[in-house]
Each structure stands twice: as structure tokens, then as C-alpha cells.
Design a protein around this ligand. Structure first.
Ligand code: BGC
Length: 405
């Protein structure tokens, strides 16, 4: 009896050891095969989303046009008709977004559902690609070949010269790998004003970078019209909405990208993992050090679902600073955590630029974020789309985002 009891104990110990080894092996596999080296792959793995989006309603009004550039040699790649194309949506306003009598969870899930539905119903201007009717190409490798550190060229270049270098980029700054089906469909959203000198340098760096990563992508430069203070966050909301209309089936992943930041390592995959990812953790001008743990500015990646669940960015940050911290609070409130690559991978070079005056109201705004974010963001976004021009290397979105009186 005593012997068989010991044997049972031994078997139980062996089973426990085996189980432990099995769990460790699983963790190792997840770690290696997941998002190369996200800061917290296991936490990411264990995360379960809080809300389900099921219901609809967002009202869109106003009309505007999509224009094509006049003197371009890339007219063959255009997917919109030669004449002005009308959208049925530009001024985005949500109706009945919150219910006075509902709990926070309910009103949040209603909001999310409405936004999701609105986004699904956006009218796309893209014709279905002929390629899509052909047999599907095999999936691209999870980690494309030859990824590693790359040099950067910060010297000014002519846009026309860059255009000639990348004939494989399609109209509107769009690309998909020719020999495999991309794993990620990514919109690169770049808020813009008065940075003409950076545009060609940025495109010259980003197109080869993204092509080597075998991503399907589009680059959207979102310019603020007028002289009001720059509102980076609101421009990114506009870029999100407008880029989504430009793609049949929509984008799955959004990378919000300052124009003066250039990635220095191809292992920094421009994709969206299970958690929002802060990409530009390690910047040359900041001595490759993270300024503070919660920083989410510069370059950041969010899935469609993540972005909608936090109601996009705030529309209220005019002038420099705070809007990225506001997004961090939104994400935190919705139980997301920030993923990051290792500092040796998340490296960026920053182009020279004049520092803008910080917005003195940003701390006051930040103190409100977790209380009001459902009523400030995509659900309350209003703008006038002045024009969209599909250039060879980027789609140019010009918007008037001034507040209406
Ligand atoms: C600002 C952020 C900015 C960061 C840069 C913070 O004080 O609020 O918007 O990204 O500084 O270091």
C-alpha cells in the first residue's frame, strides 16, 4: 500500500513536471513565433477583449470630391473613375451615441457598435482589383527574409526623383507584394502641415522599408488646411476615416506616423499585434532612451477594433503635446496595454524640425480623458474634406478641421 502510494506520488510529480515543461515550451513558441519580441507577448496572448460590437448607426452628411492629379505618368494605376467621384460622407457626426440611463459598459459597447457599423458601411471608391479574382497567392512569410538594421539618408531629395525610383508603387502610394498574399493590410496615416522638405525623404525611406516587409499598405498624408493651431490627433481621426473609404474591404491595421521619424530596423514590423504597439520607443535625438513608460507618441499601431473601441483620438488638442498621452489613457481605460519591440529594434532617426509651442491646456484636458472619451473622438468628429489627390507615392488628404462656431 505504502509502495503504491509512493509510486502514485512519483507519477503525480512526473506529470506535474511534464505539465510545467509543456507550458514553458508553449510560452517559448509563442515568444519566438509571435511578434518577434514584443515587450509582453504572454500578457498579449492572455488578453480577452471586453466588448462585442454588434449594433449600428452613424449619420454622415455633406458631399465632396476625390480628385486625380493632372500631370502624372501613373494614370494607368488609378482605381477611381477619371471624373470627380462623389462621396456620401465627409462631415461625420454620430447620433444618439450615449444613453443617459445606461451603465458605462453598455454605452461604450453601443458606441463601439455604431462606429463599427458606420465604418463597415463607408462607401469605398476603390474598384475591385483584377488580381482578387485570380487564384490566391500563398501567404507571405511571417518574417520576410533579410530583416535587420538599415541606414537612413536624411539629405533632401526631389520628389520626382523618388517617384522614378519606385515604379512598383501603385497610385495613391499603395502596394501589395507581387508574389505572395500579404499577412497585413496597413494604412500609414501621417498628419502633415508645412513639412514639404520632409515629405520626399520620408517617402524615399518608407516605401522600400514597407516593401521589404511584404506588407500590403497605403500611405496617407493628411494635411490641415488653414492657420489654426495644428491638431495632430484630429488629423489622424480624419486619416482613419478617409483611408478606410479608399480601400475595398477596409484596412485592418493603422499606423499613425510622424513625418520626421524614420525606422532604422526592418525587424520593426509595421503590423498590428494583439495589443496596441508603440513603435518609436528608441529615437536617436532622445539618445535611444524611452522618455517615460507610458509614452505613445511618434509612431503607434492600432487595429481597427482597438482604434474604434477607444473612440479614436481626441479632437480637442490644438497645439503641441498631450494627444498621445490622451490616447494612452483611452487604451488603459479599455484594458489594453502597450506592446513594444526591444529598444535595439524600435530604433528611429528623427529629422530636424522647429519645436512648436506646447499647448498649455493639455494637462487640464488630460485630467478629463477617462471621463469623457466616449463623447470626444470618432463619434464627434467633424471636418470638411477639401480634396483627396492620389499621387504616385501617397494619397494626399486635405481637410479643414476647424471647429464650427
Ligand atoms: C507630451 C507628449 C509628447 C512627449 C514627448 C509629453 O510631455 O505630452 O505629447 O509626445 O512629451 O516627449
Amino acid at each position: 500500500m505504502g509502495g503504491s502510494g509512493n509510486g502514485g506520488g512519483g507519477r503525480a510529480a512526473r506529470a506535474l513536471r511534464f505539465l510545467l515543461l509543456f507550458v514553458l515550451a508553449l510560452a517559448a513558441v509563442e515568444y519566438l513565433s509571435g511578434s518577434i519580441l514584443d515587450a509582453s507577448p504572454l500578457r498579449t496572448y492572455l488578453y480577452t477583449p471586453l466588448y462585442n460590437a454588434t449594433q449600428p448607426t452613424i449619420r454622415c452628411s455633406d458631399k465632396t470630391s476625390v480628385q486625380r492629379p493632372k500631370n502624372s505618368t501613373y494614370a494607368k494605376n488609378v482605381t477611381v473613375s477619371p471624373n470627380t467621384v462623389k462621396y456620401n460622407a465627409t462631415n461625420i457626426t454620430a447620433t444618439n451615441m450615449t444613453r443617459q440611463d445606461s451603465t458605462e459598459d453598455t454605452s461604450t459597447s453601443v458606441l463601439i457598435s455604431k462606429l463599427m457599423d458606420n465604418i463597415k458601411n463607408l462607401v469605398t471608391t476603390e474598384e475591385v482589383d483584377v488580381k482578387k479574382t485570380e487564384p490566391a497567392l500563398p501567404l507571405c512569410d511571417k518574417l520576410p527574409p533579410d530583416l535587420g538594421p538599415i541606414p537612413v539618408n536624411k539629405t533632401e531629395v526631389e520628389l520626382e526623383w523618388v517617384e522614378k525610383k519606385y515604379p512598383e508603387v501603385h497610385w495613391g502610394g499603395r502596394y501589395s507584394p507581387p508574389n505572395c498574399t500579404a499577412r497585413y493590410k496597413v494604412a500609414i496615416i501621417v498628419p502633415f502641415r508645412d513639412r514639404q522638405q520632409h515629405l520626399a525623404i520620408f517617402l524615399n525611406h518608407m516605401h522600400p522599408f514597407l516593401m521589404k516587409q511584404q506588407i500590403e499598405y497605403g500611405i496617407f498624408i493628411v494635411e490641415q488646411e488653414g492657420n489654426s493651431e495644428f491638431n495632430r490627433a484630429k488629423l489622424m481621426n480624419v486619416g482613419f476615416m478617409e483611408s478606410q473609404k479608399q480601400k475595398a474591404g477596409g484596412w485592418e491595421c493603422f499606423i499613425f506616423h510622424d513625418i520626421d521619424l524614420l525606422p532604422l530596423d526592418l525587424r520593426n514590423m509595421y503590423s498590428c499585434p494583439r495589443q496596441p504597439r508603440h513603435m518609436s520607443a528608441s529615437i536617436d535625438k532622445l539618445n535611444f532612451k524611452l522618455p517615460y513608460e507610458d509614452i505613445f507618441g511618434g509612431v503607434s499601431a492600432m487595429t481597427l477594433e482597438q482604434f474604434v473601441k477607444v473612440n479614436g483620438f481626441s479632437n480637442k488638442y490644438w497645439g503641441w503635446g498631450g494627444e498621445d498621452d490622451d490616447m494612452f489613457y483611452r487604451l488603459k481605460k479599455m484594458n489594453y496595454h502597450i506592446a513594444r519591440y526591444k529598444m535595439s529594434i524600435a530604433r528611429y532617426a528623427m529629422l530636424d524640425h522647429k519645436k512648436s509651442a506646447p499647448n498649455p491646456k493639455r494637462y487640464q484636458l488630460l485630467s478629463q480623458t477617462s471621463k469623457i472619451f466616449q463623447n470626444d473622438g470618432l463619434s464627434t468628429l467633424e471636418y470638411e474634406l477639401v480634396e483627396i489627390v492620389q499621387n504616385h507615392l501617397y494619397t494626399h488628404i486635405l481637410a479643414n478641421i476647424d471647429e464650427r462656431s
